[in-house]
Design a protein around this ligand. Sequence first.
Ligand code: UN1
Length: 507
Amino acid sequence: MSNDTKTLLAELGIDEVNSGGYDGSWLDTQGELLESVDPTTGQVIASVRQAQADDYERIAERSVEAFHEWRTWPAPKRGEVVRELGNALRDKKDALGRLVTLEMGKILSEGLGEVQEMIDMADLAVGMSRQLYGKTMHSERPEHRMYEQWHPLGPVGIITAFNFPVAVWAWNATVAAVAGDSMIWKPSEFAPLTAIATTKIAHEVLEAHGAPAIFNLAIGDRIEIGERMTQDGRLPLISATGSVAMGRRVGQVVAGRLGRSLLELGGNNGLLVMDDADLDLAFSAILFGAVGTAGQRCTTTRRLFLQRGIADRITERLLKAYPTIRIGDPMDEGTLMGPLVHEKAVGTMMSAIEAAKTQGGELLYGGGRVDREGFFVEPTVVKVPEQVPITCDETFAPILYILEFDDLDQAIAMHNAVPQGLSSSIFTNSMRTAERFLAHTGSDCGIANVNIGTSGAEIGGAFGGEKETGGGREAGSDAWKAYMRRQTNTLNWGTELPLAQGVEFDL
Ligand code: UN1
């Protein structure tokens, strides 16, 4: 391990072996050792002693206690704590961003961007803490008042994926905190160290403000922690990010106990380029969308729809650019693409490429593994004659499928003919075409952009998608409502008791 890495881990309080459970203090967990592997080298960075059932029980109990105290704090006071969390993240932005890069392999600029996303969320949530508005209605009865209030909901279960190991926690945690909730975080088993570092930062902020331990952590396996959390009636909301298979399970189990789930699952994002588009803009967006984060964003551009008139020009330009993409250590300045997260992801990518070939796809670029240590692959371009089974799947890897089309209606139909519905975009200079794409008969996704790529959404909007993407909305806009319970109040300040709907009931 380099001295730089040692200094980094020391700065963030990461030891050689770390506890995987936190409930206000770090638990003496006894579960199996989980190794965190640097995908750039394949070497172990540090290990985590996972939480087990009894640890989980303790964490859940303490989270309920923390909730009971935290909900009595006025929302703007809760906002002040979240402001301090944002400031603490500002102080640690460089170190935490580096740890994200080290542990999951996204390039440093994106690792830092991820921490920036947490800071932005904290700022947004501070504002929200004074804007948890309910509506006032006009009662149909005289001398009555009707209104709604939003109350804290309870301890929230947060399940996150490796690809945005800390930003997605912040989408949930900052909003849940101002909403008055405590939480239990089950991070990805492929990014446990960033979760520990984040929890340590949050812990200091809570301590400094005498706040209860609302930001709890349970690192452990799917059965021991994930299932237990999903089945736990003490958690009224489970917010989960990850695969469709995982979300289906979480959704079913939580629905079975009539709890709420907020799901952010797979995407299979399409980008349309029309003949009249600004091709320079489109080209840059495709490159970032398809290659950024080594194709491991849920918003990654996976399907590229090119109108016939410009299809060859864009394809040739991409094929010239792909060989110049600098693949390497994500920590090095100038690297554009780091490794995939683990060996299994490399295998999954290779199988998808094979499937594409047997389904009529023509491999235009890449398709292989890069011959070096770690989990590096070539960014890949495959041209497919039409939508085939593999283009309907989300493969978490940098494979871009090119499809050509004649007219917009045909492109929209192909675009929507997949089970997922997260992000989408169109490049055009025609106002009519743009509006047609954004209309109810256009893109069926939760996110639809014009002259902007599919990935890299700002936090101000509600993030999430339709169909198998799960329907959840996180981050900005009114996504906070998922973390609170709505109460409708009707208050009679008169001397009569008129009944609604004109019902008479007199003795
Ligand atoms: C994810 O991949 O789970 O829009 C989230 C984006 C990022 C978030 C991606 N802001 O690409």
